[in-house]
Design a protein around this ligand. Structure first.
Ligand SMILES: NC(=O)c1ccc[n+]([C@@H]2O[C@H](COP(=O)([O-])OP(=O)(O)OC[C@H]3O[C@@H](n4cnc5c(N)ncnc54)[C@H](O)[C@@H]3O)[C@@H](O)[C@H]2O)c1
Length: 312
C-alpha cells in the first residue's frame, strides 16, 4: 500500500488523545471513523473536537469555514466492526492496559482489510507486545502523539523487529501529510524517547521534594523559568554542545553519584496515590485545585502552545 491509497482512518478510543487524533486526520481531509464503548463518550468527543477547532479558528490557525467540513468527515460508532471494516489505517487510543490493547489488536486483525496498518498510541508499551494476537505483525507499529495532539507537532513512530520498512515509510509519509513531525525510533524500548526522558525528569523531581531540597512549587518555578524555556527551542544535545562536553563531564562526575537512580517507585509518589492526592482529578496533589485554577493552567499552556504553533 502507498500513502496515497489511504482514504479512511479509524480511531479506537475517543478520550483525551483519541478525539484529538481523529481531529487531526479529519482536518487534513481524511474520512474518520471514531469508536468508543458508549455513545455518550462519542458525543463528548465531538463536542471537544468542535471546541478545539473553534480555538484554532479564533487564533487564525485554521479558517472558520473549514470547521463544518472537518466535523462532517467524522463518523462515530460503538461497533468496532463498522469502524474498522473499511479502514486503511487504524490508530488505537484506548486506556493504557496491555491485555485490553492486545485483545483489540487481535480483533482489528480479523476485521480490517489485509492491507490495513494498525498503530497504537500507547505511552510506554512496545508494538511487539501489543500485536501479539495479530497475524499481520509486519503492519503493526506505534504512533505516539503528545497531548494535545492538535497543538504538539511531534509523533514518535516506533517499529518492532517485525514491522516492515513499507509500513514505516507509509506511516511516516501519512504523518507528514497531516502536518505532523514524525520521528522514527529504530529500536523498540519501553517508553521510547519522550516518555523515558520525562520519567527520568519526574523521578529526580520527586527525589528533590522527598529529600527536602526544594518544594514542588520551587521545582516548577525553576524548570519553567530556566532550562524549560531553552528546551522548546533546542534539544538537550544541542544545548550541551554549546556548553562543551568537557564542562559537562566535569560538572556531572560528582553530581551523578547523588542523583536518584532507583528502579523503585518513589515512596512519596506511592503515598500520594494511596491517599487520593491525584492532582486535578481529585483537586488535590502538590497543589490544591479549584475549577478556576485548572482552567487557568490549561489556558496558560494552550496560549503558549498556540503561539508556538503560529511561529512554525
Ligand atoms: N493522556 C496523555 O497525555 C497521553 C499522551 C500520549 C499517549 N497516551 C496514551 O493514549 C492512550 C489513551 O489515553 P487517554 O489519555 O486518551 O485516555 P482516556 O481515558 O482519556 O481515553 C481512553 C478511552 O478509551 C476508551 N475505551 C476503553 N476501553 C475501550 C474499548 N474496549 N473499546 C473502545 N474504547 C475503549 C475509554 O472509554 C476512553 O474514552 C493510552 O494508551 C495512553 O497511554 C496518553
Amino acid at each position: 500500500m502507498t500513502t496515497d491509497e489511504i482514504a479512511q482512518v479509524a480511531v479506537i478510543g475517543a478520550g483525551l488523545m483519541g478525539h484529538g487524533i481523529a481531529q487531526e486526520f479529519a482536518s487534513a481531509g481524511y474520512r474518520v471513523y471514531l469508536h468508543d464503548v458508549t455513545n455518550e463518550y462519542l458525543e463528548i468527543a465531538l463536542i471537544q473536537i468542535e471546541q478545539n477547532l473553534n480555538v484554532l479558528a479564533s487564533n487564525a490557525i485554521i479558517q472558520e469555514e473549514s470547521i463544518s467540513h472537518t466535523l462532517r468527515r467524522i463518523q462515530t460508532s460503538t461497533e468496532i466492526e463498522i469502524v474498522a471494516e473499511n479502514a486503511d489505517f487504524v490508530v488505537e487510543a484506548v486506556t493504557e492496559n496491555l491485555a485490553l490493547k492486545q485483545q483489540i489488536f487481535g480483533k482489528l486483525d480479523t476485521i480490517c482489510p489485509t492491507h490495513t496498518i494498525l498503530a497504537s498510541n500507547t505511552t510506554a508499551l512496545m508494538p511487539s507486545q501489543i500485536g501479539v494476537n495479530a497475524k499481520r505483525k509486519n503492519q503493526i507499529l506505534n504512533t505516539h502523539y503528545f497531548n494535545p495532539p492538535y497543538l504538539i507537532p511531534l509523533v514518535e513512530l516506533i517499529r518492532s523487529p517485525d514491522t516492515s520498512d513499507e509500513t514505516v515509510e507509509v506511516t511516516f509519509e501519512l504523518l507528514k501529510t497531516i502536518g505532523k513531525t514524525p520521528a522514527i525510533i529504530e529500536k523498540e524500548a519501553l517508553g521510547f524517547v519522550g516518555p523515558r526522558l520525562q520519567a527520568a525528569l519526574i523521578r529526580e523531581a520527586f527525589a528533590i521534594v522527598e529529600q527536602g531540597i526544594a518544594s514542588a512549587e520551587t521545582v516548577d518555578l525553576v524548570v519553567r523559568n530556566s532550562f524549560g524555556r531553552r528546551l522548546s527551542v533546542a534539544g538537550p544535545f544541542e544545548v550541551f554542545e554549546l556548553a562543551g562536553w568537557d564542562l559537562v563531564l566535569a560538572a556531572f562526575e560528582e553530581l551523578y553519584k547523588d542523583l536518584n537512580s532507583s528502579s523503585d517507585i518513589n515512596p512519596l509518589l506511592q503515598q500520594m496515590v494511596e491517599s487520593g492526592k491525584l492532582g486535578v482529578k481529585s483537586k488535590e496533589g502538590f497543589y490544591s485545585w479549584t475549577d478556576e485554577k485548572i482552567q487557568q493552567l490549561r489556558e496558560r499552556m494552550n496560549r503558549a502552545l498556540i503561539r508556538q504553533a503560529k511561529d512554525v
